[in-house]
Design a protein around this ligand. Structure first.
Ligand code: NAI
Length: 318
């Protein structure tokens, strides 16, 4: 048995990863509160129904949409849509105080250092000593993110980096910060292995940790290669997917799944903290990716990415 006892968890940010992590925890028997921001605008059908931003259905819409996406997902060893009743949805304005009731709080908001820092400072105000707090960041420094927080908060704070999609991907990186309690790190490792079915690797707090440093570099190189040599998306995916025994996780399919905006943030994390010019250049954003993000083609989450809008296109899409 693991030394940490987690019955109630909260996930802040109900996007691609936050909702999927909540689904995974629910499958492992953990009750989960899934929170997102209050939407700024009403949708046309909400307006037709006479709803306003004060209605809870509108205020919780983003988290509810995250939960609804789980309904359509195929079952996996630690995921079954029958368990999503364990997930309660809410928003970070109305439900913030409830975070003090949690055993574990996971932040899974947009991959921006400033947003994550503000979130942690706010979180510390309701944090109950002893509660574990972790970040699902792909590569922002754990130390940097929590540097304004108190030592006792930082002892309980670490990175828990789930991979996409968490119901299939076994790997979980745990990243201690400079002040994280080392026995808590070991307890969380045991908990995530035994209860969540993960294969845990303890990573150092270096840019993009371990797996994403390698993975991001590979994806960048493949995109640049395709653009400069005129390969098609399908050609690249055929070689980097089925041929390598990864039918669903070829290069461009992965980028669509991850979200192109998130991928640019992740690549930018390494570039901005590069040790030298050649490392910086290796993580320069390919123009094609930047153009797609500028046009709102973010991959699966926006309904348009390499496969949705430019299916079958070659380097000529730029
Ligand atoms: P996403 O763009 O799908 O979702 C981010 C969510 O955070 C949105 O729903 C947004 O409304 C919400 N949000 C933004 N600011 C917020 C705030 N202050 N409070 C509450 N909610 C807020 O992003 P995604 O892909 O889910 O990424 C979340 C985190 O997980 C990032 O740190 C990312 O690097 C990491 N990650 C992403 C992976 C991926 O494949 N997409 C894989 C592993 C980690």
């Amino acid at each position: 048995m693991s030394a940490v006892q987690i019955d109630r968890a909260a996930v802040i940010g109900a996007g691609v990863m936050g909702a999927a992590i909540a689904g995974h925890l629910a499958g492992a028997g953990i009750r989960c509160l899934l929170l997102d921001v209050v939407p700024h605008q009403l949708l046309p059908d909400e307006e037709r129904k006479g709803l306003t931003i004060s209605h809870s259905a509108v205020r919780n819409r983003l988290a509810e949409q995250g939960k609804q996406r789980l309904v359509r997902m195929n079952p996996a060893p630690l995921y079954d849509a029958r368990f999503i009743h364990r997930i309660e949805t809410g928003n970070v304005e109305d439900d913030w105080e409830r975070l003090s009731e949690m055993d574990w709080i996971i932040e899974a908001v947009v991959e921006r250092l400033d947003v994550k820092q503000q979130l942690l400072s706010r979180l510390e105000q309701v944090w109950k000593p002893g509660t574990i707090v972790s970040s699902n960041t792909s590569g922002v420094s754990i130390q940097e993110m929590s540097k304004s927080c108190s030592p006792s908060f930082r002892q309980h704070f670490m990175g828990t980096h789930f991979f996409n999609p968490p119901r299939y991907m076994k790997l979980l990186e745990i990243i201690p910060g400079d002040m994280t309690d080392s026995s808590l790190v070991q307890d969380m490792k045991q908990f995530c292995e035994k209860r969540l079915g993960k294969g845990v690797v303890i990573a150092k707090d270096t840019p993009n940790f371990i797996a994403n440093r390698i993975g991001t570099y590979g994806l960048m190189m493949t995109v640049q290669e395709m653009v400069s040599h005129g390969y098609t998306i399908e050609e690249v995916d055929a070689v980097t997917g089925p041929a390598l025994g990864r039918p669903k996780s070829a290069t461009f399919r992965t980028l669509d799944l991850v979200g192109l905006d998130t991928f640019l943030h992740v690549a930018g994390n390494v570039r901005d903290r590069a040790l030298d010019e050649s490392e910086r250049r290796a993580f320069d954003i390919p123009e094609l990716l930047q153009k797609m993000v500028d046009q709102g083609w973010l991959g699966e989450k926006s309904g348009s990415g390499f496969y949705q809008k430019v299916k079958g296109a070659s380097g000529s899409v730029i």
